[in-house]
Design a protein around this ligand. Structure first.
Ligand code: GDP
Ligand code: GDP
Length: 440
């Protein structure tokens, strides 16, 4: 499970600029894929071999009752609840403003936290004089750190500092016979209702498992011969205590659940259709390399159930999630129970694909055929040569291709090979990774 680093601050201090800059500095562990939602608010990052999840709280949609200040404050609250490290961003040119103090107040109210005060927009060291007034926030471990997100100054030092504050990694429960399931989606999409519907089924046996983080409650389920763990159901099983769903089960919390899962159920509201926030959540599941099932909930309220109506809806979802074309789509109603039993069946199937192993000779035969049918294109006189391949791992299936020059494996050819693998073996619901390595 990745620790969470959250970026907070009043509007316009450069939170999203810093987010993007920090991501640029990471070692690329996931190849970038066209179609993954562009204005992301969370992403997995890596620095010096440590992975963490970076969150730009400025982009989180929260329900704000009293305008913009309230909005910033609630975003900060979210971050405080869930983050391991908080980056409090201020503007080094404007100095300390009352709105910064409000954000700081929220952080202080939460008790001792690992906070780094990041003084942004220090594009020029002559502006450093401003730095010291930020001690006035009474926050932060160590000195405020000057950076320029726009020019990439001070970013490496900041990452080093973040690293010293990350908690030690927890050992993963690597029991392959259990399917670990996370239920994610926007507030009100029906996560609690669905978890309750599954746990309420006659043929499941339910038990609580002490959670690994704070008040996370994992629930073990046995059905037929299969075992499942529903991750972090806290707030889903007991309802009604806390008014705001976003606090009951916040976005950051959902991301942590995804990190610990094998399969994510991505819930979408049949009436509202696919939203930007849904795409962001799905993009995160994809990048985290987890298997997924797209679950359209509230199907009982969906109006046009003619063939064309259903097709138009499903096409719309597919179109909006181009990077996840491998995921099954289920239409269900948590309220009426329609097709709810299908979910565990589909989890079984998808989890099987997620752990699937292809024997090396079969894999090499398939790739040889694929290359014969459609050889890699030559670019400026150079052409990719694939010498041999082997499966380097599962969960998700990861294939190592030993080649003359890894830079010659272009996106379209990678896609072609991936499609051939899927035609031959399915891999329903799971991402697959192709890693090109230079043969020495
Ligand atoms: P957010 O609202 O906190 O997410 O702020 P943004 O990241 O959207 O940035 C707000 C504005 O500040 C944008 O116009 C950025 O181009 C600008 N900005 C961000 N970082 C820097 C920086 O390091 N130096 C300068 N000069 N401008 C910056
Ligand atoms: P969560 O915030 O994602 O956990 O969503 P909840 O499970 O609390 O559901 C939000 C609202 O949607 C509640 O009023 C539910 O009764 C309602 N709801 C959930 N699932 C369904 C469904 O399948 N059909 C209908 N009609 N309403 C649903």
């Amino acid at each position: 499970m990745n620790p969470v680093v959250a970026i907070v601050g009043r509007p316009n201090v450069g939170k999203s600029a810093l987010f993007n800059r920090l991501l640029q500095q990471r070692l690329a562990i996931v190849e970038s894929e066209p179609g993954v939602t562009r204005d992301r608010i969370y992403a997995t990052a890596e620095w010096s071999g440590r992975g963490f999840t970076l969150v730009d709280t400025g982009g989180i949609e929260v329900t704000a009752d009293h305008g913009i200040h309230d909005l910033t404050r609630r975003q900060a609250q979210l971050a405080i609840q869930e983050a391991d490290v908080v980056l409090m961003v201020v503007n080094g040119r404007e100095g300390l403003l009352p709105a910064d103090q409000e954000v700081a107040e929220e952080l202080r109210r939460a008790g001792p936290r690992q906070v780094i005060v990041v003084v942004n927009k220090v594009d020029d060291p002559a502006q450093m004089k401003n730095l010291y007034e930020f001690y006035g926030l009474g926050l932060g471990l160590g000195d405020p750190m000057a950076v320029s997100a726009a020019h990439g100054l001070g970013i490496g030092d900041l990452l080093d500092r973040i690293l010293t504050l990350l908690p030690e990694g927890e050992a993963e429960a690597g029991d392959e016979s259990v399917n670990r399931v996370a239920v994610v989606g926007r507030p009100n999409v029906g996560k609690s209702s669905l978890v309750n519907a599954i746990l309420g089924e006659e043929r499941v046996i339910v038990s609580d498992i002490p959670g690994t983080t704070r008040d996370a409650i994992d629930v073990g389920v046995v059905r037929g011969g299969s075992r499942y763990i529903f991750i972090d159901t806290a707030g889903m099983r007991r309802k009604g205590r806390i008014e705001h769903p976003v606090e009951r089960y916040g976005v950051i919390r959902a991301l942590r659940a995804v990190d610990r899962a094998d399969v994510a159920l991505i819930l979408i509201d049949a009436v509202e259709g696919l939203t930007e926030q849904d795409k962001k959540i799905a993009g995160y599941v994809f990048e985290a390399g987890r298997a997924s099932i797209v679950v359209i909930n509230k199907w009982d309220l969906f109006e046009d159930k003619s063939d064309e109506g259903v097709k138009a809806f499903v096409d719309g979802v597919r179109w909006g999630l181009p990077f996840m074309s491998y995921s099954p789509i289920l239409m269900i109603s948590a309220r009426t129970g329609q097709r709810v039993p299908k979910i565990l069946e589909t989890v079984d199937r998808v989890a099987g694909e997620y752990s699937r192993k292809i024997p090396t000779p079969d894999l090499n035969r398939l790739l040889r055929d694929a290359v014969t049918v459609s050889p890699p294109p030559a670019e400026r006189g150079k052409r990719l040569k694939i010498y041999y391949a082997t499966q380097g791992g599962t969960r998700p299936p990861t294939f190592l291709l030993f080649v003359n020059d890894p830079d010659l494996l272009y996106y379209t050819y990678r896609r072609y090979l991936e499609n051939r693998l899927r035609e031959a073996y399915g891999f329903d619901g799971t991402p697959i990774r192709l890693v090109a390595k230079e043969r020495k």
